[in-house]
Design a protein around this ligand. Structure first.
Ligand code: NAP
Length: 366
């Protein structure tokens, strides 16, 4: 078994606590249906934090997401997988639940050839390992805006006014892509640090970012054809704010956290089902007709489109600038527990670098 060690370091999430330890490498688990990835970069997603807190509904068909943003080479490819050792790949966690956590030196993914073809996605940009960005969250945004166009029958976003609630990683990538598709964008964020980060990194211009206050919501009332809701939790209050920003006949697109039973307006459309099943439904709110819709997850094609967009339009998609901090795997349990308890919060994307010799710290400024 060349290149695979007798032991490896991996994380365990148990009873809301994350720990790191050395474990025997599961050699018995290496079969013809197995791909082993050795991540050299990992991303922390808000969904990881929610799973620590137990505040996320885990879908049985795809399992927990804890540790799903990663890029690295294939370290072992079973004979029936269609992959080869050394292929640079990333993971699509929406396909199969038979995989180990990504927050580890090695990640094992099992599946049929067809499942692995969707779940393990080749990375066509070797340079991605230098200026790192995470393909999975961008693929979800590519998928979501594609689904929005499909569900609404809009040919493009040209000339559309798009309001976005949340300047987290998702909100900022929505802004990049909606702008690329011809829309004007306005992002509303509660806290100042993410508003400042978006501007400092050159991702949003001054007029594109606003505080999420009653005054701002009032000033922009009815001003958007599409309002995307992309915060950690799509609370009833945030959905009402979003509906206030929407013009009559607008689309309210729910992307950020919903849970089973969530509705909008209260007792109205089942927004969790609309999001997960990617449907659209008209509701009436405040005398306006609003088409409520959403999207969930992504497919291999969305990764491929994401790579194409980034390669062809690097100015439109400065995805590397989302990285705000790099840490090591050793630091990960402490840092992620700080995020979960609210002791710390970092704008942008926190990356874990496993490349030997990298000691973490801030990434280079673009
Ligand atoms: N549909 C899908 O396929 C899909 C895929 C990936 C992720 N997601 C979901 O997208 C959401 C956002 O992810 P992310 O990566 O952007 O997270 P993130 O980078 O951690 O950003 C979280 C955002 O939520 C805002 N927020 C949190 N609590 C808030 C509140 N009570 N009121 C107003 N704003 C609040 C934060 O604002 P502050 O700066 O004020 O804290 C920040 O803008 C997550 O829930 C994630 O699960 C959905």
């Amino acid at each position: 078994m060349p290149n695979l060690p007798a032991t490896y370091v991996t994380t365990t999430l148990k009873d809301g606590v994350v720990s790191l330890g050395a474990h025997a490498f599961p050699q018995d688990a290496l079969g013809a249906d197995t791909v082993v990835i050795r991540p050299d970069h990992l991303g922390i997603c808000r969904a990881d934090v929610k799973e620590i807190l137990g505040s996320r509904d885990v879908m049985e068909d795809r399992g927990p997401l804890f540790g799903h943003e990663l890029v690295g080479p294939v370290a072992f490819a079973g004979a029936g997988t269609g992959f080869e050792e050394g292929d640079l790949v990333t993971l699509n966690p929406n396909i199969t639940s038979t995989r180990t956590t990504g927050f580890a030196e090695y990640v094992l993914v099992h599946g049929t050839k067809e499942q692995l073809d969707q779940a393990v996605v080749r990375v066509p940009e070797p340079r991605l390992r230098g200026g790192v960005w995470m393909p999975e969250p961008f693929a979800c945004i590519v998928h979501a805006l594609g689904k929005l166009l499909e569900l609404t029958g809009l040919p493009s976003l040209r000339g559309r006014r798009v309001g976005i609630i949340g300047a987290g990683c998702a909100g900022l990538m929505f802004a990049m892509y909606a702008r690329h598709l011809g829309a004007s964008v306005a992002v509303f964020n509660r806290g100042e640090p993410r508003r400042a980060f978006a501007q400092q990194q050159g991702i949003l211009a001054e007029g594109e970012i606003h505080p999420l206050t009653d005054a701002a919501a009032q000033a922009h009332r009815g001003g958007f054809d599409i309002v995307i809701v992309a915060p950690t939790v799509a609370t009833a209050e945030l959905l009402e704010t979003a509906a206030g920003l929407a013009t009559d006949g607008a689309v309210l697109f729910v992307y950020g956290g919903t849970r089973k039973g969530d509705t909008f307006p209260v007792g109205g459309a089942d927004i969790d089902a609309l999001r997960r099943q990617e449907r659209i439904e008209s509701v009436t709110y405040g005398g306006k007709r609003i088409d409520v819709s959403g999207a969930y997850g992504c497919l291999r094609e969305d990764y491929e489109e994401g790579f194409r967009l980034h390669a062809r339009h690097p100015r439109d998609f400065p995805l590397e600038r989302l990285a705000s901090r790099r840490i090591t795997l050793d630091e990960f349990p402490r840092r992620v527990m700080e995020l979960a308890t609210g002791e710390a919060d970092f704008p942008g994307k926190v990356l874990i670098t496993l490349t030997p010799g990298d000691r973490g710290g801030a990434p280079p400024r673009p």
